[in-house]
Design a protein around this ligand. Structure first.
Ligand SMILES: *Cc1c(COP(=O)(O)O)cnc(C)c1O
Length: 405
């Protein structure tokens, strides 16, 4: 596997003092307004918990999108159910016709994702599920904010899930949401003092890495060095040198660790999710998205996945469809751009035959950060660097054509 340099700008929100400036205004709708909410350590753990709440298990079939990441499928397999992959259309909307054809006597649940923050037609999907007697799980990992048919996302499913790390400057966090069931009775435990400390320290350190909160970094510098020394010693004393205080999801991993299903999210993360200004998050993301969209529209060899930004959408990232992904993706990574490809690795066996659109999008759609914690200079750097990569790819193509002519 190719090693790329660490991204020059933060891929996900990092903590700054501005993150915590609270305002009384409401962002309007977000998943926390959708119903009862419980905080766990990641979105995938919330999916597992939702499946358990719905008693999904052996012999059950769960309809999942062919356009997915493994975090959405692992919990389904873990509870013993069988994933059945349905098709999506070019605009990422679910193909209800294909879903209808895949329903059989064992099909219990439909999982739908609001990709990149853009809502599915949830009133229609809800009606479809009611008609066919299916449960609905709404995956709002990309859509902490937004609505469909005038109602907040997360309120249509029997259960819904969200991922806090994608929208807030937090180390861990996922939400289980339900507008139909009380969640207070679910037994969740704290993950221990080690995890709490790790979450708080990492949240600060990730901010420090990208030059946030400089005065605080200087103030804490010697304590942080001391902490690193103690940590090294503790590691040396354990047999493997590998100690896990936190789930892999917090380190950017895709693994599924069932021991974290019933663990509460850290105090630090819950605090930030509660107090960060949602209005600021929503308006900055929309503004950044709009600027990036305007610039990227003019670049050669690509087009936006969504040509417009509707009023009630708060984007997770800017998705762009690229003509020459094999060239552009590594070139962007080498330049330090935190570009991501959702669904880069499809579940084994899922291919163009399962869904031609998903196979195509998984290869060609690249996502660029538009989060609220990008500083103006970082944002300018992003635009300039991406511009240069696309323009030089144009030159290379023209050059090759010239040679072959
Ligand atoms: C990231 C993601 C998840 C899982 O969220 P984590 O917090 O990373 O566990 C689930 N669904 C989708 C669509 C995602 O992108």
């Amino acid at each position: 596997m190719t090693e790329y340099p660490k991204p020059r700008i933060p891929a996900q929100p990092v903590l700054s003092l501005a993150s915590l400036i609270s305002d009384k205004g409401s962002a309007g709708n977000n998943v926390l307004d959708a119903g009862d909410v419980r905080f766990v350590t990641s979105g995938r753990m919330a999916i597992a918990l939702a499946l358990q709440q719905m008693n999904i298990g052996r012999d059950d079939k769960v309809l999942v999108p062919a356009y997915h990441c493994s975090s959405m499928i692992n919990p389904v397999v873990w509870v013993g159910a069988t994933p059945s992959f349905y098709r999506i259309h070019h605009d990422t909307s679910v193909d209800l016709e294909d879903i209808r054809n895949k329903i059989d006597a064992n099909t219990k649940l439909l999982l739908v994702a609001n990709y990149f923050g853009f809502p599915q037609d949830l009133p229609a999907i809800r009606a479809f599920c009611d008609h066919y007697g299916l449960l609905l799980l709404e995956d709002c990992a990309h859509a902490f904010f937004g609505q469909s048919g005038g109602r907040p996302l997360g309120s249509f499913g029997d259960y819904a899930i969200a991922s806090c790390t994608k929208f807030f400057p937090v180390f861990d966090g996922g939400c289980l949401i339900s507008s139909r069931h009380r969640l207070a009775g679910i037994d969740l435990r704290g993950a221990g003092l080690g995890f709490e400390i790790k979450s708080a320290v990492n949240t600060l350190e990730r901010g420090f890495t990208y030059k946030r909160m400089e005065p605080l970094r200087i103030l804490l510098a010697s304590s942080m060095r001391l902490k690193d020394r103690i940590w090294q010693r503790v590691k040396k004393r354990t047999a493997t040198g590998h100690i896990s205080l936190a789930p892999g999801s917090s380190e950017g991993g895709f693994e599924f660790e069932p021991e974290w299903i019933r663990k509460r999210s850290s105090l630090m993360s819950s605090f930030i999710v509660k107090y960060a200004s949602r209005k600021r998050i929503a308006s900055k993301r929309r503004a950044n998205y709009t600027t990036l969209l305007r610039v990227f529209k003019r670049l050669p060899g690509c087009q936006p996945l969504f040509p417009a930004l509707p009023d009630d959408v708060v984007p997770y990232v800017l998705p762009i469809i690229v003509d020459k992904p094999e060239w552009i993706f590594p070139a962007l990574k080498r330049a330090g751009v935190p570009v991501i490809r959702f669904a880069e690795f499809l579940w084994p066996g899922v291919d163009a035959q399962t869904c031609a659109v998903s196979a195509d999008l998984s290869r060609r759609v690249m996502q660029f950060p538009c989060h609220q914690e990008l500083a103006p200079s970082e944002f300018e750097w992003l635009i300039e660097t991406v511009n240069n990569v696309f323009l030089s790819s144009g030159h290379i193509e023209n050059g090759l054509e010239a040679i072959s002519n």
